[in-house]
Ligand binder design. Sequence first.
Ligand SMILES: NC(=O)c1ccc[n+]([C@@H]2O[C@H](COP(=O)([O-])OP(=O)(O)OC[C@H]3O[C@@H](n4cnc5c(N)ncnc54)[C@H](O)[C@@H]3O)[C@@H](O)[C@H]2O)c1
Length: 334
Amino acid sequence: MRIFITGVAGFLGSHLADRMLQLGHEVIGNDNFIGGYRDNINPNIEFHEVDCMDLAKMRELTKGCDIIYHCASTAYEGLSVFSPHLVCTNTYQITMSMLSAAIQNKVKRFVYCSSMARYGYQPVYPFTEDMDPKPIDPYGIAKRAAEITIENMARVHKFEYAIAVPHNIIGARQKYDDPFRNVASIMINLMLQGRQPIIYGDGMQMRNFSFVGDCIDCLERMAFQDNVNGEIINIGPDDEFVTINQLAATLGKILNFDVKPMYVADRPMEVKHASCSADKARKLLNYKPQMTLEAGLIDMIDYIRKRGVLPFEYHLEVEIQNEFTPRTWADRLF
Ligand SMILES: NC(=O)c1ccc[n+]([C@@H]2O[C@H](COP(=O)([O-])OP(=O)(O)OC[C@H]3O[C@@H](n4cnc5c(N)ncnc54)[C@H](O)[C@@H]3O)[C@@H](O)[C@H]2O)c1
C-alpha cells in the first residue's frame, strides 16, 4: 500500500514510517520542521519538506495513497493558552487541509492522532472514550474540533477513519531540547547537564506514560483492521500511574543523580489527574504493552546520551506575555 504520514520527522511519525516500511509498504511523508529532527527521517521514504497548510501540494502528494496517518501538530497543550494562534493553526486548520486532500483523492482511511487533552476536566477517571469531552485549553479544543469535523465529513463523503488518543508517549527521537513540552525528555536533558528538574506546582500531577513501540503497534492496527473504522480509541497503559515528583525520582535513581527539583507556580489550565482507560484498546486492538516505565526511560536516556545533550531552544513565539505566562518561558529558566 501507499501510506502518507504527516509530521514524519516527528517522534511518532518517524517510528510509524519505520514500521510501515518494515511491513513492505511504500511511505511518503512531509514535515515543516516546526518540531521534530531531520535525522528522524528514514532515508527510504519519499520525503517532502512542505507545510500541511499547502492544500494544493497536499492534494498532489496524497494522490494514489491508500491511508493517511495525520501525525503533524504543534502538540503544545500548556503553550496553547499563550500561543493559541500558532497551536490551533497547526492542529485544527492543518487537519482541514489534510482532510480536504484525502477526500478529493479518495484515500481509503484517515487515521488521526488526537490527544488526551480532548477530555479536559472529567469528574471521574480513568477517562473512557464514551465520556463527554470537555477540553479546557485551545489545544484540546482544536483536537476535539478536528475529531468532530472528521466524523462529520466521513458521514457525507463515506471514507473510513479511526481516531487514536495517545497519552504521554516516551522513547527515542522525541524532541528533548524543546522547553515547551515533553516532561520526561526535558528532565533527562537537564539531569544529563547536571541541572535540576523544574516542576510546575507541587509535582503531584498524576500521569501514566507509554512506550512509543507499544503505541505504534496500536496505530498499525488502526490503519488495517476493519473493526476500528469510525472508532475513537485511547492508546496507553492504565496501570502504572506516577506523579511528576515520582518521575523525577525514578530518573534520578536511573541516572544516579541527587534530585532536588526547583518548584515553580502551577501552569494555568493543567489537568491534575489525567489517565485513560485502555479497555477499548485491549478489546479492539489486542493492546498489550511490552515495556515498563523504567525500561522506556532507559531507552530514552540512551538515545539522548548518544545524540548529545543540547541547550533548550526557544523556537516558538509565546504570543501572549503577561502576568500569567509561566516563568519557565518568560524568564527562560530551562
Ligand atoms: N507524544 C505524545 O505523547 C502524544 C500524546 C498525545 C497525542 N499526540 C499526538 O500525536 C501526534 C504526533 O506527536 P509527536 O509526539 O510525534 O509530535 P512531534 O512534535 O514529535 O511531531 C509532530 C511533527 O509535525 C510537524 N508539523 C507540525 N505542524 C506541521 C505543519 N503545519 N506542516 C508539516 N509538519 C508539521 C512537526 O515539525 C513535527 O515534526 C500529534 O498530533 C500529537 O498531538 C502525541
